[in-house]
Write a protein that binds this ligand. Sequence first.
Ligand code: SF4
Length: 116
Amino acid sequence: MKELVCIDCPNSCQMIIEEFGDEIKVSGNLCKRGVEFARRELKNPMRTISSTVKTIFPDTPVLSIRVSNEIPKDKIFDVMKEINKVVITKPVSVGDIIIENVLGLNSDIIATSNIF
Ligand code: SF4
């Protein structure tokens, strides 16, 4: 038996997961998305990352970024290491790719703000 908090919506349902071989029984969820969340969490938990990278611009010392697609939860620290290596040296627009296909995870690091 495991306890999980569903993070698919702001309700943050606290769920109890019981495993019976390949089957699971979920309780505490307000909707069926909680069951899908529990299945993903048990087999291949994925997460999104929002963070910042450094820049050389004194007026805008950091640029906000995020991943374009969810990444495996166990790769978060590795991806953060790559993000922390970046220093922005030229103007950037929202949506620009800062790191393409980071660590081969089929997710880009993209800008979520501008630097002009
Ligand atoms: S189970 Fe449904 S209602 Fe509850 S947090 Fe997940 S998505 Fe939201």
